[in-house]
Design a protein around this ligand. Structure first.
Ligand code: ZN
Length: 190
């Protein structure tokens, strides 16, 4: 009984750790991530919990497993309004395993993006305005969803991480890059 409750505490403290976010230049961010076969494995479930904590503590709207050093096809999409994205829609943080883009609109739209792995830089990135996606949820159930606008943008940004890409690869011109401080000025004007 005592041992079991200790184990519980140990698990809790492990899963509430904020993980180190790997930064641009680390080769793992350029690898193609591997699909996950064993979603119910305790280690995968713990990884999802740790990514949720890391994302929350970073006040981010999305994170991909390669960003915390695991080259696996796992992303979390967690749109919510915040200082950086005041107009973002609110949603429950959602773990998406082995995600796919099934179809997309012809229409693209440029929008500002940042990345926990690319600190202090913002870029105007063209993304499909609407996408249909398929993924497995953390219980291993297949899910499909139609995502639009900001949430579609988050998905495409995180999906890129699984293909070894970062948003800097998607900007059409270096003129579409800004420092964090200048981005804040631009936001004031929007
Ligand atoms: Zn990113």
């Amino acid at each position: 009984m005592f041992a079991r409750s200790l184990k519980k505490i140990f698990n809790f403290s492990q899963s509430s750790q904020k993980l180190t976010v790997y930064q641009l230049g680390n080769p793992i961010l350029r690898e193609i991530a591997q699909p996950i076969a064993n979603i119910c494995d305790r280690k995968i479930q713990q990884l999802i919990d740790e990514m949720l904590v890391t994302l929350k503590k970073s006040n981010g709207v999305g994170i991909a497993a390669p960003q915390i050093g695991r080259s696996l096809q796992l992303i979390i999409v967690a749109s919510h309004p915040n200082e950086r994205y005041p107009h973002a829609p609110q949603m429950e943080p959602t773990a998406m395993i082995n995600p796919q883009i099934v179809s997309h609109s012809e229409e693209t739209e440029k929008g500002w993006e940042g990345c926990l792995s690319v600190p202090m830089i913002r870029g105007l990135v063209p993304r499909y305005r609407e996408i249909e996606v398929a993924y497995l949820d953390r219980q291993g159930n297949p899910q499909t969803a139609k995502l639009t606008d900001f949430v579609a943008r988050i998905f495409q940004h995180e999906y890129d991480h699984l293909e070894g890409k970062v948003f800097l690869d998607r900007v059409e011109s270096t003129l579409d890059l800004a420092s964090e401080a200048e981005y804040q000025n631009i936001l004031q004007l929007m």
